[in-house]
Design a protein around this ligand. Structure first.
Ligand code: MN3
Length: 250
């Protein structure tokens, strides 16, 4: 997956914009989208929308609920994926349905409320979808350090992998309330940035594609770690799937 495909995937998912994938004739790619076919790059990187149903859906975890033990416990994973993430998917679909009804009735009295709902639940759906894929058990590629082109890009953007890791850990630990530690690919500069996400949608910069996401809401760690967020972050590095991060950066 190269950078341009990632950009295309995010654009398709976020805005319905048609991007031409490398290697595809322009007309072929557009015909696929127009016919309702699944856009390959988007479906691979962000498997959270069912084009046949026209609805957002909860993607399966790419591993068993207990696969990330001992770093992230099974009960947390069951609640986090099956209850919390699922609620964001339902909330996003509901908000969009209510906005559809508002257009139908030409009554936009609640447009501010539902617009906020789309950002909150849509942000939650997108970031959790990436979060699950960003992790893997050690037996299947989790942990270790980034290599190759991703390593070079991290070095260029942060000085070294160790500097990035310290920066990311500090940013995640310092998120106020519920939110996210994020490494993003900034399309303005074509560099990687570390930012904080508050809730599911605040403090972003708009040309930023999330490539590494760490949920630091209490629901992500409290059963096992209680108030020790920093320890959760330290242990989480043991399950980062760097090859997934690499394909998102391109
Ligand atoms: Mn969460």
């Amino acid at each position: 997956m190269n950078r341009r495909e990632v950009i295309g995937a995010m654009s398709l998912a976020a805005a319905g914009v048609m991007m031409v994938q490398p290697g595809c004739a322009a007309t072929g790619a557009r015909a696929d989208v127009a016919a309702g076919g699944t856009a390959g790059a988007a479906a691979t990187l962000l498997p959270g929308f069912d084009r046949d149903k026209g609805q957002y859906v909860l993607p399966d975890l790419p591993y068993a609920h207990n696969a990330l033990e001992p770093h992230i416990d099974e009960q947390t994973m069951r609640l986090h994926h099956g209850a919390h993430h699922a609620a964001y998917v339902r909330g996003l679909n509901a908000a969009l349905e209510n906005l559809r009804k508002a257009r139908e009735a030409d009554d936009f009295g609640l447009v501010k409320h539902y617009s906020r709902e789309v950002s909150f639940h849509g942000g939650g759906h997108a970031l959790h979808t990436i979060f699950w894929a960003n992790m893997a058990p050690a037996s299947n590629g989790g942990g270790g350090e980034p290599e190759g082109e991703l390593r070079n890009r991290i070095n260029d953007s942060f000085g070294s992998f160790e500097k990035m890791k310290s920066h990311f850990s500090a940013a995640a630990a310092a998120v106020e309330g519920g939110g996210w530690g994020l490494m993003v690919h900034d399309l303005l500069s074509d560099r990687l940035l570390v930012i904080q996400g508050e809730n599911q949608q605040k403090l972003t910069t708009w040309a930023a594609i999330p490539v590494l996401t760490l949920d630091v809401w209490e629901h992500a760690y409290y059963l096992k770690y209680q108030n020790r967020r920093a320890l959760y972050i330290e242990n989480w590095w043991n399950v980062v799937n760097w090859s997934d991060v690499a394909r998102r950066v391109g």
